[in-house]
Write a protein that binds this ligand. Structure first.
Ligand SMILES: [Zn+2]
Length: 140
């Protein structure tokens, strides 16, 4: 049914409402958060330790006294970075790679049921000397 002139608008986007993607981008920008930076930190194994926040030291309270002492962070062993296993680093690299180059699709080579695609590999031996074919007998 064609849209009759003067007909009241129904449904659709409410005027003034931001698209979800735009509001997520603004939200991340306001917080100074960049997911690509985080992925790259994971890829390099340089994600800041969540326990000591990169300070490499944490405070602890031995026994029942009020005194606290400082020691090497038990989570990152004083590196200041999260321990990230190679599989997670590879996964982060893969996620970033998606934005570096277009991904190629797999190509399936097949024929129809009556005429399937046939492949043939021929091997021909040639005479060789010093790792090169003897002249006049070139591989084809
Ligand atoms: Zn730490």
């Amino acid at each position: 049914m064609p849209f009759a002139k003067g007909r009241k608008k129904t449904g659709g986007k409410t005027k003034g409402v931001k698209p979800v993607i735009q509001s997520v981008r603004e939200f991340l920008a306001e917080r100074g958060s960049n997911p690509f930076e985080t992925l790259d930190d994971i890829r390099r194994g340089e994600l800041t330790c969540n326990v000591c926040r990169g300070k490499k030291k944490t405070r602890y309270q031995p026994g029942q006294g009020d005194k606290t002492f400082e020691r090497t962070c038990q989570s990152c062993y004083g590196s200041g970075f999260e321990r990230i296993n190679p599989a997670d680093r590879a996964r982060a690299a893969g996620e970033l790679a998606k934005y570096c180059q277009p991904q190629l699709k797999a190509i399936e080579v097949s024929g129809n049921q009556d005429r399937p695609v046939l492949a043939e590999i021929r091997v021909r031996f040639v005479e060789a000397k010093d790792g090169k074919p003897v002249s006049g007998d070139t591989p084809s």
